[in-house]
Ligand binder design. Structure first.
Ligand code: AMP
Length: 290
């Protein structure tokens, strides 16, 4: 596997292989099984796989964890290679934003709720860096995790609106044995917080069961059901609990119609955790621009 830091070098490397189907897995590194599942899926479907590792300053707000975000490039290189990546693209901030960043890609509507409301500007940073990566790598397919379901919806909208010739593939959330969604940020949790964190998915699963049994028919009831349980968890601060249509992320009344998402964000100590389930449950999606 090749590790490449420069955009020009990556383009030179990819140019002779343009007939090969190319997959891109954008990450911020410190890879775990969630990332590796995306890389394995890409390797199954594509003849060449680029994994990018870039901790993108544009998507962090003031006071967020940019400076302490965990990093281990050597380990990432080993794990990505074993999972089937051909190239690890690891540009520095100066390589990605040599003159600062004066162009912003902003998706309206979808980005002003859920994590977009709690983290103003976050999705501008995500959309800007992902569109740069799409231009740099020109992948046929790009792989994202359903764990960040709002991100998937935002990227799918961007791909449609800007006619990026890429298929967006979303892959199921990979979880720890107790259900906690894997995340690079889980290393911030103290042993006590780590135990508490399982309540997120446990509650979402209970709500899923209630919905499937026909006992939760309205979005507001589902929100209340989830909120009541999370509020009882010690040391846990709720950022949001929402049930919206998916991928439109619009308010909903009844839950028996189209797809919906139950999404939660909480704080445990200094760590912000998110999780979600899609109803009816599904195994990831695919979406291309018209
Ligand atoms: P990150 O490095 O956190 O920016 O994540 C890079 C990609 O991996 C994003 O598309 C995430 O949605 C995805 N990802 C992160 N955690 C998981 C997980 N537990 N399961 C599946 N995909 C994940």
């Amino acid at each position: 596997m090749q590790k490449i830091e420069r955009i020009a070098q990556l383009r030179d490397f990819l140019r002779p292989h343009r007939e090969r189907r190319l997959g891109l897995v954008p990450t911020m590194g410190y890879l775990h099984e969630g990332h590796l599942s995306l890389i394995r899926q890409a390797a199954k479907e594509c003849e060449q796989v680029v994994v990018s590792v870039f901790v993108n300053p544009l998507q962090f707000g003031p006071g967020e964890d940019l400076d302490r975000y965990p990093r281990d490039l050597e380990r990432d290189q080993k794990l990505a290679g074993e999972a089937g990546a051909d190239i690890l693209f690891t540009p520095g901030v100066g390589e990605m934003y040599p003159n600062g960043a004066k162009t912003t890609v902003r998706i309206t509507g979808l980005t002003d709720r859920l994590c977009g409301a709690s983290r103003p500007g976050h999705f501008d940073g995500v959309a800007t860096v992902v569109s740069k990566l799409f231009h740099i790598v020109e992948p046929d397919r790009a792989y994202f995790g359903q764990k960040d379901a709002q991100q998937v919806a935002v990227i799918q909208q961007m791909v449609q609106d800007l006619n990026f010739p890429v298929e967006v593939v979303s892959c199921p959330t990979v979880r720890e044995a107790d259900g906690l969604a894997m995340s690079s940020r889980n290393v911030y949790l103290s042993p006590e917080e780590r135990k508490q964190a399982a309540i997120l998915y446990k509650t979402l699963r209970e709500a899923t069961r209630e919905r499937e049994a026909g006992r939760l028919c309205r979005a507001a009831e589902a929100v209340q059901f989830i909120r009541e349980r999370l509020e009882k968890a010690e040391g846990l601060l709720i950022d949001y609990v929402e049930v919206l249509s998916y991928p439109e992320l619009e308010p909903l009344d009844r839950l028996d119609g189209d797809r919906s998402i139950a999404a939660v964000a909480v704080r445990l100590g200094s760590t912000r955790l998110i999780d979600n389930v899609i109803w009816p449950q599904e195994e990831g999606t695919r979406c291309t621009s018209p």
